[in-house]
Design a protein. Structure first.
Length: 479
């Protein structure tokens, strides 16, 4: 069934979730002793419209100082997402709960295929949990967030806490899922890659965290193999630390790829408040290199790492004003490529100035200006937003932006201008809604306004219905 023919039924399903959440509201509110004590979560739906001009690369004819792309005809995308997030407990056994985060997607009869709209359903989380004094056991679809990224899997995990939570050890394992897609690798990547394993990928790993006074250290190891043990997909480790002292805070992180025998990302930073907190000084040194699993061909191209140093200073002379300014310098590794017309720049610089000002009660203005010089491009951009709380339940935000990007996908001598308007509202204590629209237009330069790929329009609207209530906050309802 095509998107245009199936848009009506899918849109009806989209509205059903909203109605289900609304129907649960009076039950949860009126039966707080039963429903609100056993189920807590939300039901949310979002509609989105995007109008833009896709870009196509030219097969030939690229000359120095000439664009190597062309803007196609204007296209529109209409899509919807439907989310259901619930945690339930009270099954007759203390410490037992179940958590789900489900997402449905639909194309509502549009020309442009927006990313992921052809993936109609995802179970982002779906697991049961048992909590005891020192143990937490989970089984089902889970996600581990760590210095190695976001790892999703279908399986089991066990965590042990010792010394009043000053020490934590965890072990986990199961079927690995493609990052960001929550599907097995062999299914999720087959549409975009020719060399995809025809077997499942299994993951197992563990971590240990220790806290002593102001010091926190976490180590992690994770390994992925093909289900028949015929090959290795990845083997990595990570170390994270945080140290709080009377004068500041030190943070550090590094990961290592055992399969390739190389270091991965690394970061070391120091922040220090001065003058009773009116000033905050931060300095960071980092290394970044893209990571690819051994099961994909992309790692063959040996992505280049870069090293960067950054500095940032924050100044808050009063409770209503905060100013930040800073910059960074980045050095790229040798790409090993030949140059024809001129050598590529191997470094880049950037700078930023920002401010936040509470003009009057319920009115806040944020503004920022960015400059960036890098290999193959230059960017100058400014943005400002003003948020007004009309009352306790309704706020409106207006935004404006302008930028100039020279060289890669360049605006040339022209400039991009954009603006938008959005709102956030609480219809009731349990029903929230938000929405907005924005426009971006290309003015001046070599590209005409009619043909510019930068021109685009967007609009969105979302509705969220809260279900149940946190038992610990039952007596702290706002109304």
């Amino acid at each position: 069934m095509s998107a245009s023919r199936g848009g009506g039924p899918r849109f009806a399903g989209f509205l059903v979730i909203c109605l289900v959440g609304a129907a649960l509201e009076p039950f949860a509110a009126g039966r707080a002793d039963l429903a609100a004590q056993s189920v807590r979560g939300w039901v949310g739906s979002t509609l989105q419209m995007v109008e833009l001009r896709p870009v196509a690369m030219l097969a030939a004819g690229c000359l120095p100082d000439q664009p190597c792309y062309d803007a196609l005809s204007e296209e529109r995308s209409f899509s919807a997402t439907q989310d259901l997030s619930l945690t339930a407990w009270g099954f007759g056994l203390e410490g037992v709960s179940a958590t789900v985060l489900l997402r449905g997607r639909a194309r509502l009869g549009s020309d442009l295929v927006w990313p992921r709209t052809d993936d109609r359903f995802d179970a982002i989380l779906a697991y049961g949990q048992l909590v005891r004094d020192r143990f937490t056991v989970r089984a089902g679809r889970q996600e581990i967030r760590s210095g190695l990224g976001f790892s999703s899997f279908d399986g089991a995990s066990v965590a042990w806490y010792g010394g009043t939570a000053q020490f934590r050890a965890e072990a986990y394992g199961g079927r690995s899922l493609a990052r960001g897609l929550r599907e097995p690798d062999r299914e999720a990547l087959r549409a975009v890659e020719d060399f995809v394993p025809d077997k499942e990928v299994l993951v197992w790993g563990g971590s240990a965290r220790a806290r002593l006074r102001g010091l926190s250290i976490t180590t992690r190891y994770q390994r992925e193999i093909l289900s028949d043990r015929s090959g290795l997909a990845s083997e990595r480790g990570a170390l994270d630390l945080s140290l709080a002292t009377p004068t500041g805070r030190l943070i550090g992180a590094i990961d290592y790829d055992f399969a390739r025998g190389t270091a991965g990302k690394g970061r070391l930073g120091w922040s220090m408040p001065l003058a009773d907190g009116q000033w905050l000084v931060e300095a960071t040194a980092s290394r970044y290199v893209p990571y690819f699993s051994l099961s994909t061909i992309w790692g063959f191209f040996e992505p280049v790492a870069y090293h960067e140093i950054e500095g940032r200073v924050g100044w808050s002379p009063s409770a209503t004003l905060a100013v930040t300014f800073g910059g960074g310098w980045r050095k790229y590794g040798d790409t090993g490529t030949a140059t024809v017309f001129r050598p590529l720049t191997g470094h880049g610089e950037r700078a930023r100035l920002g401010a936040r000002w509470d003009v009057v009660s319920r009115v806040t203005v944020d503004a920022g200006y960015d400059l960036e010089w890098g290999p193959g491009g230059f960017l100058s951009a400014a943005d400002v937003s003003a948020r007004t709380a009309l009352n306790e339940r309704l706020s409106v935000t207006a935004t404006a932006t302008t930028f100039q990007q020279i060289e890669q996908y360049r605006l040339g001598d022209g400039r991009g201008l954009g603006g938008g308007l959005s709102f956030d509202a609480e219809l009731t204590d349990r029903i929230l809604t938000s929405g907005g629209a924005s426009l971006l237009r290309h003015t001046g330069g070599q590209t005409t306004v009619q043909d510019s790929p930068w021109n685009q329009s967007r609009a969105w609207w979302s509705l969220r219905v809260l279900v149940g209530e946190d038992p610990g906050l039952a007596n702290r309802r706002r109304r």
